[in-house]
Write a protein that binds this ligand. Structure first.
Ligand code: FSX
Length: 351
């Protein structure tokens, strides 16, 4: 735990009150809190002690770290580096070898029972040699680091659910954090990779309210994973009207119609991509013309079917959704026909 408060730390780095309040307002909107909560967030963050954070990267592609280092929005530049005391992250830190491991051990000892443990990547269990850091297997390092933490944040679908390393045939026996750690609160921030502002937004929630945010059945913060992509998608009106792209280069695709028939998994994928977007709020896959592949859901890789409409049982509620989409097509077609008739009636009256 750092000795300075977050407010003192940010002021010492030249962050103005105006910037700070703008950051609090952005955080409130990300957490779907009313503007009236901004002063409370500001007051809580002002006096928050920056918690010590130990970040362990295991079996992963480093996409999650890439994601957070490009954070926007809920940051004063990049909250992850400002609001927490990142005492160990071997991908990012300058220290290496014994010095790095010493930093981790010291942070654990000095902050026993209080530090936050962030994990990205899955944990290999088939053979201890499949993943080691400083000669310690990933499995042992996770158990050791988790024993003294206040809570674990599993960043990315690999840490949250096993992810791509766990996909068939899972040669390393990859498991998720919650498969190993049973006696600590775990917050899952899924996505391959997760949205950076969802990572930082979750940390802000933790710092503001001093407790684990409300989680869904899969351990994800409801503020960010409470709705599916489909419900917040700007292409949703096309779905309702039964207007679907049938190929990636047809007229429907050019007109930006719904990508459901091209395999979009938005209806069964819970995440905030459609609202927070990516790359400084620039866009997200569906806006770029590609359906959602469901990367924030468990076993998304094995469920596959990225270019097939939701219809098989692998996506769980896929059958229901496909039926709903079928109804949507029928209803949409009926609505479209009705709309055309009304338009003709109006034109007939005008002539
Ligand atoms: Fe997994 Fe993250 Fe996908 Fe990659 O650390 S969630 S493979 S973006 O890097 O763990």
């Amino acid at each position: 735990m750092a000795t300075s408060t977050l407010g003192e730390y940010l002021r010492a780095r030249g962050v103005s009150r105006r910037q700070f309040l703008r950051f609090c307002a952005t955080s409130a909107s990300l957490m779907a809190l009313p503007p009236s909560m901004v002063p409370r967030i500001a007051a809580a963050l002002e006096v928050a002690r920056r918690p010590s954070v130990i970040w362990l990267p295991f079996q992963e592609c480093t996409g999650c770290t890439e994601s957070i280092t490009r954070a926007h929005g809920a940051t004063i530049e990049s909250l992850i580096f400002e609001a927490i005391s990142l005492d160990y992250q071997h991908t990012l830190q300058a220290a290496a070898g014994e010095a790095a491991e010493h930093a981790r051990e010291k942070a654990m000892k000095d902050n026993w029972g209080k530090y936050l443990l962030i994990v990205d990547g899955s944990i290999p269990t088939a053979n201890p040699g499949y993943g080691t850091i400083a000669g310690v297997s990933n499995l042992e390092m996770l158990k050791e680091a988790a024993s003294g933490c206040a809570a674990v944040v599993a960043v990315g679908s690999c840490a949250a659910f096993g992810g791509i390393p766990q996909a068939n045939p899972n040669p390393t026996g990859a498991v998720s954090v919650s498969d190993v750690v049973k006696d600590k609160p775990i917050i899952n921030i899924s996505g391959c990779p997760p949205i950076p502002v969802v990572i930082t937004g979750t940390l802000v929630q933790y710092l503001t309210f001093g407790k684990i945010p409300e989680l869904d059945a899969l351990g994800r913060p409801k503020a960010f994973y409470g709705q599916n992509i489909h419900d917040r998608c700007y292409r949703r009106p096309f779905y309702e009207r039964g207007q679907f792209a049938e190929s990636f280069d047809d007229e429907g695709a050019k007109k930006g119609w719904c990508l459901f028939k091209l395999g979009c998994k938005g209806p069964v994928t819970y995440n905030a991509c459609a609202t927070t977007k990516w790359n400084n709020g620039t866009s997200f896959p569906i806006e770029a013309g590609h359906g959602c592949i469901g990367c924030s859901e468990p076993k998304f890789w094995d469920k596959g079917g990225f270019y097939q409409p939701l219809s098989a049982g692998d996506w769980g509620s896929g059958r229901t959704i496909a039926a709903a989409a079928g109804a949507g097509v029928v209803l949409g077609a009926a609505a479209a026909a009705l709309g055309r008739k009304r338009q003709k009636d109006v034109e007939a009256k005008q002539s």
